[in-house]
Ligand binder design. Structure first.
Ligand code: AMP
Length: 278
């Protein structure tokens, strides 16, 4: 039987008796096959799996975005129960940010570029909540998707910088049959917008191919992606980045391993995707 825990104090107490190793999968709910792949990996690797669902207000920039974020709690709990998860941890805002809360974790450099530039404060919210979850659940391993590549970098960094000693496991991006990265936000897209969004992965794949063929001018590759995305009236490009995989330093000449990442807006819905070329 899955246990549903909503208090930090209860989670702390229960955590002590969990069979180790313990895997943690932090989520914001609206669970889909991307989340499921992380959960299944944790179930495979560990004797106990904790999945947290917390729509973290501090990582949203716009109140409207937070407001409209899908929250299908009953369906999520049914999915977790069926998967065989041990604990669903569902703290509320008062549990995570009690009165007087004022201490934040922030990656200095990585959190203000790319996603961080477009979404000021986003990674400060992410880094703080993940640190808190690590401290409350005390997992041996924690699972994160490569889809949020910059988030993954920041979490690896903070885990090392703050000596948290959690094994961070990165999981490949799960895509639909046409290559669109599965996301809770895809639910906001109309059929036409979803069709248009398939160009994201196509452009990333094309860029990867160019690099594999030996084209090493990052500017040319960046332009190629931007041009492909620009082919649709429905898509407005936020950024196209070709960077070093770890430091996220922007490249002029390709140096592998390289991260090609992009963000676009389709009718108020922000979509991100990326590909790695090893
Ligand atoms: P979220 O609920 O959006 O905060 O995501 C929770 C975790 O699931 C994060 O580590 C994400 O990177 C991961 N995730 C989201 N979408 C996917 C996907 N399509 N494939 C793999 N992992 C994903």
């Amino acid at each position: 039987m899955m246990k549903i825990v909503s208090k930090v104090s209860e989670m702390l107490a229960i955590q002590k008796d969990l069979l180790r190793p313990v895997g943690l999968v932090p989520t914001m709910g609206a669970l889909h096959i991307g989340h499921e792949s992380l959960i299944n990996q944790s179930l495979k690797d560990n004797n106990s799996t904790v999945v947290s669902i917390f729509v973290n207000p501090s990582q949203f920039n716009a109140a409207a975005d937070l407001e409209k974020y899908p929250k299908p709690l009953n369906a999520d709990l049914a999915l977790l129960e069926k998967a065989g998860v041990d604990i669903a941890f569902l703290p509320d805002n008062e549990e995570m940010y009690p009165k007087g809360f004022e201490t934040w974790i922030e990656a200095e450099k990585t959190s203000v570029i790319l996603e961080g530039q477009s979404r000021p404060g986003h990674f400060k919210g992410v880094a703080t909540i993940v640190t808190k979850l690590f401290n409350i659940v005390k997992p041996d391993k924690a699972y994160f998707g490569q889809k949020d590549a910059q988030q993954l970098n920041i979490i690896k960094r903070l885990n090392e910088d703050l000596n948290l000693f959690v094994s961070i496991i990165d999981m490949p991006t799960i895509r639909d049959e046409n290559g669109l990265a599965v996301s809770s936000r895809n639910a906001f897209l109309t059929d036409a917008e979803r069709d248009a969004a398939h160009i994201l992965f196509q452009s990333l794949s094309q860029a990867k191919e160019m690099i594999m063929e030996g084209k090493y001018d990052a500017g040319i590759i960046r332009n190629r992606i931007t041009k492909m995305l620009g082919g649709s009236d429905l898509i407005s490009v936020d950024y196209v980045s070709i960077s070093k995989l770890r430091s996220l330093e922007e490249l002029t000449i390709i140096e592998k391993p390289v991260l090609i990442s992009l963000a676009v807006i389709i009718n108020n819905t922000r979509l991100i995707d990326n590909i790695i070329v090893e």
